[in-house]
Design a binder for this molecule. Structure first.
Ligand code: ADP
Length: 495
């Protein structure tokens, strides 16, 4: 049974029933209609080698990889479109890549990437999985490029990445990943069923061999003899789950996530007694849109070239820190609100875009960013003391020269000195659930005794044990690519 999904449809019917109650309708009659509606859906059985549940980045990677490895695949997606949270992401993908980093004089190594990822999650990730992630991230990029995806020639540092190894796709936000996989799957005639929600796993002889799937018209029994890949994403939008693991994360806190991130996979996995790990590790970002909590509207383009100030006009944290450190610091500031400050070196042209395909002009016109021709004017527009803001910027520019400051910042790029200046307000927002089902190096799901659950694989945000307490920015797209690819390959060969 899928609690998240069921409660959504129950919620839907409840609201109809409430509305009809007030108009005097016969409620028991209505309940009967609901029951009959479910009962009268057509039933159909489909057979395949591998069933992939979830059409975000991890599921699409798994379906592509299983196909490449010779399996017959069906992918199901509960929404009417592919993409999940992956398509909403800024697109940053971390990998050690001398081809792009060397010309920029960036020294890097898989050892440093591993160390930053492992220690950045307080050493709570499984070292073996972290090593697989960091050693295989670059070959994931080459794999995607081999399918036609294009990345920019420069790397940058995405929020909380800790180092300049974030790759940016040419296509905006996460669309490049989704379109690349979709094209590949279509070319290989892999059925993608939309509006198709997995409700139950089918278990025969202690082995997962498919799922019961509901579509608007049908109840499908999809049998997959090699197994099932769970790629259903996280649970940031499931308030009941969120507050169960962290009571502070109530409905009052916004999230960057799609409404689909309800933790269905966690519920499905409990049918086969999967072990859950790190569920209390839920990531907040300091850069949510003040109205929606979304990532969009963020005017930063790379960590090196911007600062954060509070409502008083003062800096309060090293802006290249871990996401949890920066968010905790923000929560202590007045109204927990910050402004990202950049200058026109970041946007030489008004039509230049941020990482979310929005031009700075568009953001200013929509009052989602503030533009000013001097720091004094900017301070006035932000209703802060101009003396405080000008001193903050002066001190920061000196820190850029020294490459050090009172907060311990390490990544410095351009000074903030060239008018016009821009500011964008941001708030804390829930972004990623690091916890989930436990997997081994083959992406096989483990049960509560540490044994492999035959036929069940998992990849992406539904899994736990990779990022520990804090996921580095730019590591999620690497994770879903690397582990989605492994899951597809392993499931294909699980005959
Ligand atoms: P990841 O980054 O791990 O790929 P995403 O959030 O990008 O995670 O994608 C997960 C996808 O799984 C979403 O598109 C979501 O709608 C889909 N999904 C979640 N639960 C189900 C389910 N029960 N059946 C089918 N698809 C599901």
């Amino acid at each position: 049974m899928v609690a998240g999904a069921t409660s959504t449809s129950n919620g839907f019917y409840r609201s109809i029933i409430e509305a009809l109650k007030s108009s005097g309708a016969n409620i028991s009659e209505l309940r009967k209609i609901k029951k009959e509606k479910v009962l009268t859906k057509e039933k159909r059985e489909l057979n395949t080698d591998v069933l992939v549940i979830g059409g975000g980045g991890a599921g699409l990677a798994a379906a592509s990889s299983a196909t490449e490895n010779g399996a017959k695949v069906i992918l199901i997606e509960k929404m009417s479109f592919l993409g999940g949270n992956t398509i909403l992401a800024g697109g940053a993908y971390n990998a050690v890549d001398p081809k792009r980093q060397k010309p920029m004089n960036i020294e890097d190594s898989n050892e440093l990437f591993y160390k930053q990822t492992f220690e950045g999650g307080d050493k709570k990730g499984n070292p073996k999985l972290v090593k697989i992630l960091t050693d295989n991230a670059y070959s994931g990029i080459e794999w995607l490029e081999g399918k036609g995806m294009k990345f920019k020639d420069d790397v940058f540092t995405v929020l909380g990445a800790l180092y300049p190894r974030s790759h940016k796709p040419i296509e905006p936000v996460g669309t490049g990943f989704i379109l690349t996989y979709e094209k590949f799957l279509k070319e290989n005639s892999v059925p993608i069923l939309l509006n198709a929600q997995a409700k139950e796993l089918i278990v025969e002889n202690n082995r997962v061999v498919g799922a019961i799937v509901e579509t608007p018209k049908e109840i499908l029994t999809i049998k997959s003899k090699n197994g099932v890949v769970l790629a259903t994403g996280g649970f940031s939008k499931n308030i009941e789950y969120r507050t169960k693991y962290n009571p502070k994360l109530t409905e009052n806190i916004l999230s960057t996530n799609t409404p689909a991130a309800t933790g269905d996979g966690i519920n499905l996995s409990q049918m086969v007694n999967a072990n859950l790990i790190g569920m209390e590790d839920i990531q907040m970002l300091p850069l949510g849109d003040p109205k929606t909590g979304s990532l969009s509207g963020n005017i930063e383009t790379t960590v090196e070239d911007r600062i954060f100030i509070n409502k008083k006009g003062e800096r309060f944290v090293a802006e290249d820190e871990r996401r949890d450190v920066m968010t905790n610091a923000l929560l202590d500031q007045p109204d927990a609100l910050l402004y990202v400050i950049v200058d026109s070196q970041v946007y030489p042209n008004e039509n230049d875009k941020n990482n979310f395909n929005e031009s700075i002009k568009e953001l200013v016109d929509e009052n989602r960013a503030v533009k000013a021709n001097s720091l004094e004017e900017l301070a006035k527009k932000l209703e802060m003391d101009p003396k405080v803001l000008t001193k903050t910027i002066k001190d920061y520019n000196l820190a850029v020269d020294k490459k050090s400051d009172e907060f311990g910042r390490k990544l410095f790029g351009k000074k903030i000195e060239k008018a016009p200046f821009y500011a964008g307000a941001r708030i804390p927002t829930i972004h990623h659930t690091m916890g989930g089902v436990e997997i081994n190096e083959n992406t096989e799901v483990l049960n509560k005794k540490g044994e492999v659950i035959e036929g069940l694989f998992a990849a992406g945000e539904v899994t736990g044990g990779i990022h520990g307490t804090n996921r580095l920015g730019g590591n999620a797209l690497a994770d879903i690519t690397v582990f989605g690819r492994i899951a597809g390959k392993k499931a294909a060969s699980n005959k």
